[in-house]
Design a protein. Structure first.
Length: 609
């Protein structure tokens, strides 16, 4: 499940960093045909990979002994195929124009959440292909006693809650974008506003979402039994506050696992699958519950919220730097200047790569480091709470043996079972181990919070960000202009960099230089017109010339962006009727940002009335 969290984040990132401005050269039929053919090749590859694994499984001894190596091979194969599914999804977005065709469906152009649902459905279809083909090998290794249909449905039920926060957050954000009270200059549209909004919303979701998820999974209180009674008595005896101890029926309860959800006691649930309840003794189950209590004791779930917010802060700040670095390269400048949809898709694909690398490094190594040490902290807490590590060790050994998991196989979010057991045994001989590990985790968290705070400020709010971006990009562009003084693409990039940096005078001069070289550069004409009507420095404003330029840009290309500039130019020149007419045409042509254009219309209409 933890791997799939990263997969879904990557897929949403790939989809969102794509802005189809013009119609693709290829038809819808071609896109659908390529989607089908790539899926077919993917399905054939999956079949061959799992067939080879199944042969190795069949060659085991007749008693089905599994030393964990084949389980590890199965898990690695699932990861490899999931990554390949992400690659196919990227092809669909950037080369088969998935987002453009989705925006052509009536109603989807105004709701990014609906576009995301359709896009995620394609990725889930790829995952379903993997699950369908993987079932025989899964059944051979784990012997869960469930059907293929149950296996696929259980995977859906297990993984879809990952998307619940995204769905609610995106829906609320779409509705806010359509509402009249959030103008383009409002707090929510600034970096600090978005960080506060996301932080507040994610906190609320972390509080209330466990109740929704446990209902989605079909969790219910355990039936009356001596085991269940003793476990509840154990929790009560330890003074642990929680909402319910529930049976976790995922994979029909055959998966041997447990978990805890909820950062406040009123919405905190401990989940245990039926198979784990059956195979472990009462003392071993107490060890499992004490482990989950440790996660609550040390506020691990709350820190997971901080980790996601930390990534959000990093991604907000680093996106601009990545954009400028890639945009300033001559190869990409030439590519973008061609105004070719495929070239633009390729540019956005390259833009996604450093962001994807940042995401993987952050979750795999930064968050993974803390997750592994949180698990060790919970293990040690369980040993201290019970008074001996023996029940925890016994439960780990039994689960590893019965599930066929390798004792030596670590994951990015867990130490290996052998490492966990060795640490628990060391705690018997070294009573100070628990305190030292707790201090180590606390010190690591303080370093993380301090580092992410400083980096977040530096990337999002600090004046050094502008200096860094300019030094990285402006120096490159100016150096290239010394060799190519008449290169319009270089001037366009430099002007846009100046504009983003707030260097309005330099941006205007760069755009003027472009128009000296080529008076029909529509983008530069439009951008200069926008600057001349919106620049904060009134000495740089020229509303009359801005209107002339905006009219010329629209004459060259009637795009929603150009029409919005024309409408603004009409507005500042006192021609309200012209502004209303231009923005109405922009709304009719727009496939994205309709909420913004409609807010512009309300502004102009209010001035007219």
């Amino acid at each position: 499940m933890f791997n799939n969290i990263i997969y879904f984040i990557v897929v949403l990132l790939i989809f969102n960093i794509n802005y189809p401005d013009t119609a693709p050269e290829d038809s819808l039929f071609f896109s659908l045909l390529m989607l089908f053919l790539t899926w077919l090749l993917f399905a054939v590859y999956c079949s061959r990979a799992f067939r080879d694994l199944k042969k190795r499984l069949d060659n085991r001894d007749s008693f089905g002994h599994n030393d964990g190596r084949l389980t590890a091979q199965y898990q690695r194969l699932m990861v490899r195929l999931s990554v390949l599914a992400i690659f196919l999804f990227a092809l669909a977005v950037y080369f088969f124009n998935l987002k453009y065709w989705l925006q052509m469906i009536p109603g989807l152009d105004r709701f990014s959440v609906l576009q995301g649902i359709f896009a995620l459905s394609l990725f889930l279809f790829y995952l379903t292909t993997i699950w369908h083909i993987a079932y025989p090998a899964y059944d051979k290794i784990f012997r869960p006693g469930i059907t293929r249909r149950t296996f696929i449905i259980s995977n859906f039920r297990l993984n879809l809650p990952i998307l619940f926060p995204w769905f609610i957050l995106s829906l609320v954000y779409d509705l806010m974008g359509l509402s009249p009270w959030t103008g383009p200059d409002s707090f929510i549209h600034r970096a600090e506003g978005q960080i506060v909004f996301f932080a507040s919303f994610l906190t609320l979701l972390m509080i209330f979402m466990p109740k929704v998820i446990q209902y989605w999974w079909g969790c219910k209180p355990f039936k009356r039994s001596e085991k269940a009674r003793e476990l509840r008595a154990f929790l009560d005896d330890k003074g642990f506050k929680y909402r319910g101890l529930l049976s976790w029926p995922i994979f029909e309860g055959r998966m041997m696992t447990a978990g805890i959800m909820g950062i406040i006691p009123r919405y905190r649930y401990i989940l245990v699958t039926d198979s784990l309840m059956d195979i472990l003794s009462v003392e071993e189950l107490k060890g499992v519950l004490a482990h989950e209590m440790g996660h609550a004791k040390y506020r691990h779930l709350l820190f997971y919220l901080f980790f996601f917010l930390g990534f959000m802060v990093l991604s907000f700040g680093s996106t601009d730097i990545f954009f400028y670095l890639i945009y300033s390269h001559p190869f990409f400048m030439k590519m973008i200047s061609q105004n070719d949809p495929q070239a633009m898709n390729l540019f956005y694909l390259f833009l996604a790569l450093p962001m994807l690398i940042t995401l993987l490094v952050y979750f795999r190594y930064v968050m993974g480091f803390f997750m592994r040490n949180f698990e060790r902290q919970a293990d040690l807490y369980a040993a201290v709470t019970i008074g001996t590590p023996t029940p925890v060790i016994s439960s780990l050994e039994k689960i590893a043996y019965l599930t066929g998991n390798s004792r030596d196989l670590p994951s990015w979010h867990h130490f290996s079972i052998r490492e966990r057991i060795a640490c628990l045994w060391r705690s018997l001989k070294d009573p100070g181990l628990v305190k030292r590990h707790n201090r180590f985790v606390l010190a690591s968290l303080l370093v993380y919070l301090g580092g992410i705070g400083c980096l977040g400020y530096f990337l999002n709010f600090g004046p050094m960000k502008q200096h860094l971006t300019y030094s990285l990009v402006g120096k490159v562009l100016n150096q290239q202009l010394l060799n190519e003084p008449d290169n319009i693409a270089l001037y366009q990039n430099l002007a846009m960099v100046y504009q983003e940096m707030g260097k309005d005078k330099e941006a205007i001069q760069a755009y003027e230089r472009i128009l000296d070289l080529d008076p029909d550069q529509a983008v530069s004409i439009n951008n200069l017109a926008w600057l001349l009507v919106t620049v904060p420095n009134e000495e740089l404003r020229n509303e009359v010339r801005a209107l002339q330029l905006a009219k010329k840009a629209v004459a060259l290309k009637r795009s929603p962006v150009f029409l919005d500039t024309l409408a603004e130019a009409y507005y500042v020149n006192g021609s309200i009727q012209g502004a209303v007419k231009a923005i109405e045409e922009a709304i009719a042509l727009a496939r994205e940002n309709k909420g913004y254009y409609e807010r512009q219309l309300k502004k102009f209409s209010a001035a007219r009335d």
